[in-house]
Design a protein around this ligand. Structure first.
Ligand SMILES: Nc1ncnc2c1ncn2[C@@H]1O[C@H](COP(=O)(O)OP(=O)(O)O)[C@@H](O)[C@H]1O
Ligand SMILES: [Mg+2]
Ligand SMILES: [Zn+2]
Length: 505
């Protein structure tokens, strides 16, 4: 059976580790100076070299004649540790052995002296998965480790570790690997595999890895499985990234707010074998490309056809909408991991963006006083620009600025004639309380999600030109409401500082 690239090219010395210079220097110096700590914490994103460095270090501290801080690979200790039956370097995957029993066994075996070299090395992978009682058991060992024992705890989520563990370890943070280093590695591996590839194709692979060597190598694997003579266009086709036809179609449906189309396209994509997470990720990348196009930047790695497609979709949407979309996808992605029906999570995130808003036409000023729901605090996703608003609750203190509401009605009327886009929608969604007139200013208080739509230059100009036709020729001013969790009204009160007429009933 074919061996995956990331296994085949797992580095065996520190020279083979890319993008982690500080860590490699630290570890090799400790080997050279014979100054080994008893507990290390290797933390950082997946596929950046934590396990690889732990294995190399375990052999280096035992090697009889290390070369430049790396294991020589030839001495009796190196040869003994290369066998999987050795008892001196033990790897424990906490993700599958999270029980306290495994740690108890570990504590017992810690007492035995190493056989091949100086140290017994325990590599505990995904250590954050240990249960509470297992942590306690581990802690006892970490408190008084025998001189011949070295612990290397590896985790992608150091923040989940108890402070008592953290404080006993020497912590090394693994960086995401820079794209040019990934490029160099992929280029070298293609050569070793006897495959030809354009630099642009290799660069494309390196970028898709997003800093993870493991992910980069699996993309390279997918390409090599198809051809040993790779050019850029083929790489795009194989990886389906940089805007595949299907993703473009789905994005078009989202931008148009075509609910039926969204559902059937997500369904087709997932029948075609795409995972929901992948679909969501591709949409996010696509949204980013659209944002680049909207800010007059050409996205990297797109074919001419795709660029034309991006431009046409971009013309139907706005930055504000895309930002809302990316946020919605981000929080959907977090939810996907725990969901038993991920497709529904993605579909509802997408549909929530195109539900027609509850306030399509300007209505006469209602007599009761309304309160807007408080803006969501920073940690929660801000859907304020995306969803139909929650039912307004009665609010005792403040009413609307009648003049401003009249002007808002004028804006909505005019926009409806010329424009059925997001801008019109945003003005329709704007609660009456969020507009005020102060002097010759017409002030719009916008949530963060909507703010960018209002201030986008063309949008701003369009509304200003409507105001220019009004009797008082107001100047449009857009204020951004912060996400502090304070109610919108109290923020507006503060911002206005009582400088204008707020009618208190
Ligand atoms: N910094 C790196 N330099 C070279 N190869 C790496 C590096 N990081 C990861 N790899 C490659 O990716 C594979 C998985 O890496 P691993 O060390 O298990 O990552 P982690 O433990 O951080 O998730 C390795 O077998 C190796 O081929
Ligand atoms: Mg690992
Ligand atoms: Zn050796």
């Amino acid at each position: 059976m074919k061996v995956a690239l990331y296994r085949k090219y797992r580095p065996t010395t520190f020279d083979g580790i890319i993008g982690q210079d500080v860590i490699v220097t630290t570890l090799t110096n400790q080997v050279k100076q014979n100054a080994v700590s008893h507990a290390y914490l290797f933390t950082g994103s997946r596929g950046t070299g934590k396990t690889s460095c732990a294995k190399i270090f375990a052999r280096a501290v035992n090697c009889k004649s290390p070369i430049n801080g790396s294991p020589c690979g030839k001495c009796s200790a190196c040869l003994a540790l290369a066998t999987s039956t050795n008892l001196d370097v033990l790897e424990i995957d906490a993700a599958s052995n999270n029980g306290v029993d495994n740690i108890r066994e570990l504590r017992e075996s810690v007492g035995y002296l190493p056989t091949a070299g100086k140290y017994k090395v325990y590599i505990i992978d995904e250590v954050h998965m240990l249960s509470g009682s297992a942590f306690n058991a581990l802690l006892k060992t970490l408190e008084e480790p025998p001189a011949h024992v070295v612990f290397i705890l590896c985790t992608t989520e150091a923040h989940k570790l108890p402070a008592t563990i953290l404080s006993r370890c020497m912590r090394l943070d693994f960086n995401l690997v820079p794209t040019d280093e990934l490029f160099g590695l992929v280029k070298k591996i293609f050569a070793l595999e006897g495959a030809e590839a354009d630099d642009s194709a290799i660069m494309h692979i390196a970028k898709l890895g997003e800093g993870s060597v493991r992910d980069t190598l699996s993309v390279a694997d997918r390409c090599l499985a198809v051809t040993h003579n790779l050019n850029y266009e083929t790489a795009l086709k194989i990886t389906g990234a940089g805007g595949s036809e299907e993703t473009a179609g789905l994005m078009e449906a989202v931008v148009r707010g075509d609910a039926g189309n969204i559902i059937s396209r997500v369904e087709n994509l997932s029948y075609a074998g795409r995972s929901v997470t992948q679909i969501s990720h591709e949409l996010t990348v696509f949204a980013r490309d659209l944002m680049l196009v909207l800010t007059s930047t050409t996205p990297p790695n797109v074919s001419d056809d795709m660029l034309a497609r991006l431009k046409s979709i971009a013309s139907q949407t706005s930055l504000g909408f895309l930002i809302t979309l990316v946020r919605a996808l981000g929080s959907a992605e977090a939810e996907l991991r725990y969901s038993t029906s991920p497709r529904i999570v993605l579909e509802s995130a997408l549909l929530s963006l195109c539900v027609p808003t509850a306030v399509p036409t300007p209505t006469p000023a209602p007599q009761t006083v309304k309160k807007q729901t408080a803006p969501t605090p920073q940690s929660a996703p801000d859907y304020s620009g995306a969803f139909t608003r929650a039912e307004p609750k009665p609010e005792p203190a403040l009413t609307r600025d009648g003049n401003a509401v009249a002007v808002l009605g004028l804006i909505k009327n005019q926009l409806r004639k010329v424009n059925t886009s997001l801008l019109y929608n945003e003005y329709c969604k704007l609660p009456d309380e969020n507009v005020r007139i102060s002097g010759n200013k017409f002030i719009v208080f916008a949530t963060s999600a909507s703010y960018l739509t209002f201030v986008q230059p063309d949008n701003y100009k369009q509304v200003q030109s409507i105001l220019d036709q009004s009797e008082k020729k107001y100047t449009l001013t857009v204020e951004r409401l912060s996400n502090t969790g304070k109610s919108v009204l109290s923020q507006i009160m503060e911002a206005l500082g009582g400088g204008i007429d707020i009618i208190i009933k």
